[in-house]
Design a protein around this ligand. Sequence first.
Ligand code: NAP
Ligand code: SF4
Length: 672
Amino acid sequence: MTDYPKMLAPLDLGHVVLKNRVLMGSMHTGLEETRDWGRVAEFYAARASVGLMVTGGIAPNKEGAVAPDAAGMITDQDVANHRIVTDRVHAAGGRIAMQILHAGRYAFSPECVSASAVKSPISPFPPKELAAAGIEKQINDIAAAAARAKEAGYDGVEVMGSEGYFINQFLVTHTNKRDDEWGGSYENRMRVAIEAVKRARAAVGPDFIIIYRLSMIDLIPNGSTYDEVVQLAQEIEKAGASIINTGIGWHEARIPTIATSVPRAAFAWVTKKLMGKVGIPVITSNRINTPEVVEQVLADGCADMVSMARPLLADADFVTKAAAGKGEMIAPCIACNQACLDHTFGGKLTSCLVNPRACHELKLVVKPAAAVKSVAVVGAGPAGLSTAMTAAERGHRVVLFDKSKELGGQLNMAKQVPGKEEFHGLVDWFARSIDAAGIDVRLGVVAGVDDLKGFDEVIIATGVVPRDPGIPGQEGANVVSYIDVLTGAAVPGRRVAVIGAGGIGFDVAEYLVTGDSPTLDLPEWMREWGVTDPEAARGGLALEGPQPEAPEREVVLLQRKAKALGKGLGKTTGWIHRSALKMKKVEMVGGVNYEKIDADGLHVTSGEARENPRVIAVDTVVLCAGQESERSLADALEEIGVAVHVIGGADVAAELDAKRAINQGVRLAAAL
Ligand code: NAP
Ligand code: SF4
């Protein structure tokens, strides 16, 4: 008997039976754009244990491509390239559908087209309004791409109708200002969506999966009403779709939908509203990242199937492990976006913070070691943990030291921050994996030079120490470090100044202003961000707007740079941190000099000329002024001629994060 009977139950679509209820949702990994189709094939084949997977968005024509170099399904050569992928996936026992993505005004190109010439706030290019003939062409191109996908061996296609892309742009008056047969009434605005599915079905015949990705809750002004969503779903079913997949929020929505601070399965209730309204299976998605959550969502009747994307980056064997009763060994996606979406939007190939092998299946290979070595790893933060695990996986004998009594290093700090609860799961998974690998763990031990003699390899992952900002008065009782705050060793007063606005300064400010974490309380989180039932308000935007809880403290967040605070935060998540702090009335001040700290508070001046002296009257000052490498052990070993590998924060402290630490650790261990 499995722990996850609902997740592992087959889904009968009539002409085909999917082996379980997990869909790997579409991700723009950038792999298709490498044109290395063997590599693309390997990525998908490694994930063939899911019931069905969907490729990244593939353009049906030039004008619909998300970017000028984006992969398409337009030519015979495209068919041949994609055939490499489908053959490989089928040989691995999987099923795969190709997503047809017409980006409309989200296309990063001056050639972009849409229902009306309404520029998107997240693109520099105003779209050209299509004439009726142009609309017909777009629909026919979508149908032709479906036919080519079938020719290329795909099991189906997903017609992308959500997230604010082309089809979605026709559906709502926010972007469709037309008064011809493609605009005005809802019947007219739905026509592109319906025709796309109808013509795609006609092009591929009956025995081929067509998923329609439907925006259940737009989260933008003048979005669809709930009745419109249901009406569209029913029309899409009639048009010939096999499955409806849920889309949550347009890309330009100012409400987080997948970030780590979004509660788990936060939008499953929205999908549930569609259950029973259509006769075809319905898929839910967003912030579902463990088999337990999948099982619960299915048990609650929220959907027939669950879509996960990033969790399949974190662990390609998600389903296999769950089916083997090893669900607790699944590497958890912490929804950080740091190595996936931040890379995508930064023009870099996607990977995963937790699993640097994602999208590098053929490049970063972990093979059994040719000769077994004894390996000492000092430091059980992310760099040390990932090195130890990977080295042990290769068969090396590993001893892991840490002066602390618990594994995790700085991750233990992160997990204290409201909205970063997923870090608990990450630390726990590391601990279970280290245990299962039979690694000799020595906690509470300050490893010295003598402890490290006789090992074949010595890895120093001793991390970082806080930078000393050297502010006069910082030794006072009213000054504490972020470590004191996040470990609970110090309890700051009501009014706090936070010195340093990097990742940790932002985290500490969030910790200081937040009471109970809204991430663990869905109704509270919805109030905080102004999300409501789409039956109550168009697009699910609460009429009263965001209603955040009052801040727990008055916080001023400061930096010396004169630019806006938080510019260095994650590309896809920085805005969420900035908005969250603004909602909690955190004052953000840049361009200051820290003159001194005394009983009155923090004394600052502005700019190079040190003008405008003033006192920020606070009870506590928290230092978050960055990090420096802790290299004393590495230096001592090198001095007596012991060769060491220095990784993670001990190697480079500047802008260190878990992504770089884990990546460096895995790569080193793969080469030992
Ligand atoms: P950081 O990002 O390097 O930020 C350090 C902050 O301290 C900056 O705001 C800097 O601004 C200030 N600072 C630097 N030297 C100073 C000095 N001598 N006196 C006073 N202020 C000084 O470091 P961090 O915040 O400690 O974070 C460490 C790393 O952890 C980050 O780089 C980040 O990658 C990672 N992290 C990431 C996240 C995330 O959300 N992804 C969250 C937490 C931590 P000025 O120089 O302008 O004053
Ligand atoms: Fe998940 Fe972060 Fe990995 Fe992306 S980088 S898949 S969000 S853990």
